[in-house]
Unconditional design. Structure first.
Length: 251
């Protein structure tokens, strides 16, 4: 699974141009080896949805609120995302936690609401640089995972993707090594086994995010415990994004 997180980039015209180019590529090369999910800003969701209709490309949003409707100025509900054609929604991205005060608890409320609305959450977890240096990665992400998945049933967990995104690797050009990513993903699987079952842990979709680029993608995706990537900066250009998609063939 390769997810493009455009963050606060691309207006309508740029979004549509990108998707036209990506669509032509996917159709020409019959890309079947990866689930491709594009997460544009809210303002481009509907236009992108129209462009990708009938293709293998899927649509996701970058956030949503946990209420259904009402006096929540500036917020977007899960139902609204569904009505724009979204199948996925990124929740708990570290930039939301850092700049908009999201906590593990609010992430959990969003996860439950997304599942209730029939959306597939992509839950972002990861430690910051200080926690990484203090060797606190495991307790930090264990807490993030456990709280985010509170009251998520054994049935619904099949629709959840976990994105391990070490904060020190996001937009910094410093990616985790394939070995580090594999170690953390295996740790997360162990936790999922304890929370759910062996089967759920084995089938869980866990992707890595943090400075993925065409040069490091193949190595990062090489471990069977890494089921793909959440790509920020390198998803903004079709050429680099396509190279990253292609890295999944090369394994
Ligand atoms: C992200 O936005 O989730 C991300 C991983 O960004 P980047 O690839 O730019 O580090």
């Amino acid at each position: 699974m390769i997810i493009a997180n455009w963050k606060m980039n691309k207006g309508l015209v740029q979004s549509q141009q990108f998707v036209e180019e990506l669509k032509a590529y996917v159709e020409k090369h019959k890309v079947v080896n990866a689930d491709i999910v594009i997460c544009p800003p809210f303002t481009s969701l509907e236009a992108v949805s129209r462009k990708i209709a009938g293709t293998a490309i899927k649509l996701g949003a970058q956030n949503m609120f946990y209420q259904t409707a009402g006096p929540f100025t500036g917020e977007i509900s899960g139902g609204m995302l569904k009505s724009c054609g979204c199948e996925f929604v990124i929740l708990g991205h570290s930039e939301r936690r850092q700049h908009f005060g999201e906590t593990n608890l609010t992430v959990n409320k969003k996860v439950l609401k997304a599942l209730d609305e029939g959306l597939k959450p992509i839950i972002c977890i990861g430690e910051n640089l200080q926690e990484h240096d203090d060797k606190l990665t495991e307790p930090v992400i264990e807490e993030q995972l456990a709280v985010a998945l509170t009251h998520v049933s054994e049935v619904d967990i099949a629709n959840v993707t976990v994105a391990y995104e070490p904060i020190w690797a996001i937009g910094t050009g410093k990616n985790a090594t394939p070995h580090q990513a594999e170690g953390v993903h295996n740790f997360l699987r162990k936790k999922l086994k304890k929370m759910y079952s062996d089967e759920i842990s084995k089938n869980a979709r866990i992707v890595y995010g943090g400075s993925i680029n065409p040069e490091n993608a193949k190595e990062l995706f090489a471990s069977p415990s890494v089921n793909g990537g959440l790509v920020g900066g390198a998803s903004l250009e079709v050429e680099s994004f396509v190279k990253i998609i292609n890295s999944t063939h090369l394994i």
